[in-house]
Design a binder for this molecule. Structure first.
Ligand SMILES: *[C@@H]1O[C@H](CO)[C@@H](O)[C@H](O)[C@H]1NC(C)=O
Ligand SMILES: *[C@@H]1O[C@H](CO)[C@@H](O)[C@H](O)[C@H]1NC(C)=O
Ligand SMILES: *[C@@H]1O[C@H](CO)[C@@H](O)[C@H](O)[C@H]1NC(C)=O
Ligand SMILES: *[C@@H]1O[C@H](CO)[C@@H](O)[C@H](O)[C@H]1NC(C)=O
Ligand SMILES: *[C@@H]1O[C@H](CO)[C@@H](O)[C@H](O)[C@H]1NC(C)=O
Length: 500
């Protein structure tokens, strides 16, 4: 609008002048140059009042797109590719619904492993460093497997045909050992902005805000290789879909559950409403101690002490481990462990293969379970927005999972035959030990596929009086990823599984 208002005083001035001829010509040429600005101004007004903009409509061509992902180290991590900069450079990143920052190892990282693909900021013409001269501009992000340090920048980031022109990311110059391994350059955080250490809008949320997605959803099919003794460090990982779902990968309907904190979400958090072990419901805490982050970036399932104790009490012959395995439990390798979890609706079975991480050491008849004690019986007060459970890939491999921004919810559906079927494995292979690095087959051979049962009969029992939250452990670091909590339970095992 302000372009037209400037015309008036100038025209009046022209009329008042002795020589009016030249001025209308000048105005006309300005107006011709300014046509595009009218369109841009109209789009600004549309955006201001919440109407769809022409520019976002043009971008909406991408709609929904799937990318093939990589399964790293027998289900430890699931990796996708992002492209950054101009000209674009491609990097493998962990797809992590349990954190909200994007970071990449850069060529200035001396502590990064030799094989880490590194981003070279100086070769991107579109990269903008936030603070080139600043001394105090380093930001640190904590994860379960370690921490990263770097400086903020913004650049063009693309994935599966979606593009954010000015995406804030952390250019990492320092990582703690063990955090990066194999062909991974960083982490793409897929939780909400409120959780971001960089305080930046996460890539996926920027796409939602820009209305580039045909629906505000991201979805996963994650493959299983934990039971494949011949698995290589990189196997097909499934499909990550941005902007919707892929109907060839699931059957039936998607059962959505609203997020616990749907008005101001941080993690993708649901309440665990029931846990069934060997066909029987076990007692689990309620209230804030039932809150679970649904986290693709964490390999296993962590839960409150009491719930985890009750899970293993229902498995004959199981025992709590100590020392370096403190927080973990083992059971006779010959036992087929059937665990199902519900989040207010259906009870979703977890494949026995996923519950069995393999023998404690070569030749042992005791196998380590996939659910571990997250808080190690600590007595810190609950609340503060920290989850009491972390439901990672041990569970998520068994379902098609959908993370929906609005209304904020997580949905699960049964995997289609094309996606291997829910809780089934593509081939009848035996379990393998990946904890010790030596692959010892276990006796776990079942690959059953069962349908989720509606849990109308909910026998969830409120057993909890003590609160098991890890709030105080993370309180002093602000909005950090879950991993910091998990490292306490699992630091010695983090070489195998990832706690992003
Ligand atoms: C859906 O997944 C199948 C199986 O991976 C794939 O072939 C197909 O291209 C995907 N569709 C879309 C729209 O991404
Ligand atoms: C970093 O720079 C980008 C692009 O200029 C900007 O959007 C972002 O808000 C900045 N972040 C900080 C923390 O200054
Ligand atoms: C930029 O550098 C200045 C000077 O060291 C520092 O005070 C400021 O916090 C930095 N800003 C950011 C966003 O890192
Ligand atoms: C890394 O990628 C290269 C090339 O794709 C591949 O040959 C190599 O096996 C990968 N390394 C690991 C540890 O997965
Ligand atoms: C585990 O579930 C399968 C399939 O539902 C069943 O055949 C088996 O008996 C169960 N095992 C135990 C120990 O409950």
């Amino acid at each position: 609008m302000r372009y037209t208002t400037t015309l008036l005083p100038l025209s009046l001035a022209a009329l008042a002048a002795a020589d009016p001829i030249h001025i209308p010509l000048t105005r006309r040429s300005v107006r011709r140059d300014g046509i595009e600005r009218f369109a841009a101004a109209a789009d600004h007004v549309r955006a201001k009042y919440g109407y769809p903009t022409v520019s976002s409509n043009l971008r909406r061509r991408a709609k929904t797109a799937g990318i093939d992902i990589i399964n790293q180290d027998a289900d430890s991590s699931y990796i996708g590719t992002v492209t950054i900069g101009t000209p674009s450079q491609s990097f493998p990143v962990v797809l992590d619904t349990g954190s909200s920052d994007l970071w990449l190892a850069t060529t200035s990282c001396t502590s990064c492993p030799d094989q880490t693909p590194e981003f070279n900021p100086s070769s991107s013409s579109t990269l903008v460093q936030n603070n080139t001269s600043g001394q105090n501009s380093e930001i640190e992000i904590q994860y379960g497997s370690g921490a990263v340090k770097g400086t903020l920048a913004s650049d063009t980031v693309s994935m599966a045909g979606f593009t954010v022109d000015s995406q804030t990311l952390l250019l990492v110059s320092d990582v703690t050992s063990g955090l990066l391994g194999g062909n991974v350059s960083g982490i793409l955080g897929l939780a909400f902005e409120a959780l971001a250490s960089t305080q930046a809008t996460p890539f996926w949320e920027a796409l939602v805000n820009d209305k580039q997605m045909s629906s505000p959803e991201i979805s996963f099919w994650l493959t299983r290789f934990i039971d494949d003794a011949d698995a290589t460090p990189e196997e097909p990982g499934g499909v990550f879909t941005l902007g919707g779902t892929n109907s060839t990968l699931y059957t039936g309907s998607i059962e959505f559950q609203s997020l616990v904190d749907s008005s101001s979400p941080t993690f993708w958090m649901l309440d665990v409403s029931s846990v069934t072990v060997q066909g029987k419901s076990v007692s689990i805490p309620t209230g804030s101690s039932a809150q679970a982050a649904i986290d693709t970036g964490t390999t296993l399932i962590g839960g409150p002490s009491e719930a985890v104790k009750n899970v293993y009490a229902a498995i004959p012959g199981s025992q709590a481990l100590s020392g370096q395995y403190n927080g973990f439990y083992a059971f006779p390798c010959s036992t087929t462990v059937n665990v199902s979890m519900a989040f207010g609706g259906s009870s979703w079975p977890i494949s026995p293969e996923d519950m069995n991480l393999g023998p404690m050491q070569e030749g042992s008849n005791y196998c380590v379970g996939g659910i571990f004690d997250l808080d190690l019986g600590s007595d810190v007060s609950s609340g503060n927005g920290n989850p009491s459970w972390v439901v990672g890939d041990t569970f998520l491999k068994n379902v098609y999972s959908v993370f929906r921004a609005s209304p904020a919810a997580v949905g699960f559906a049964q995997l289609s035959e094309a996606a291997g079927g829910s809780s089934g494995t593509p081939s009848g292979s035996v379990g393998s030990a990946t904890l010790t690095g030596t692959n010892v087959p276990t006796s776990s051979t079942s690959s059953t596929s069962s349908t989720p049962s509606a849990s109308g009969t909910s026998t969830t029992t409120a057993s909890s009086t003590s609160s098991h939250s890890s709030a105080s452990r993370v309180a002093n670091t602000g909005a950090v990823s879950l991993g910091i909590i998990l490292s306490i339970a699992a630091s010695t095992l983090s070489g195998w599984f990832v706690l992003a």
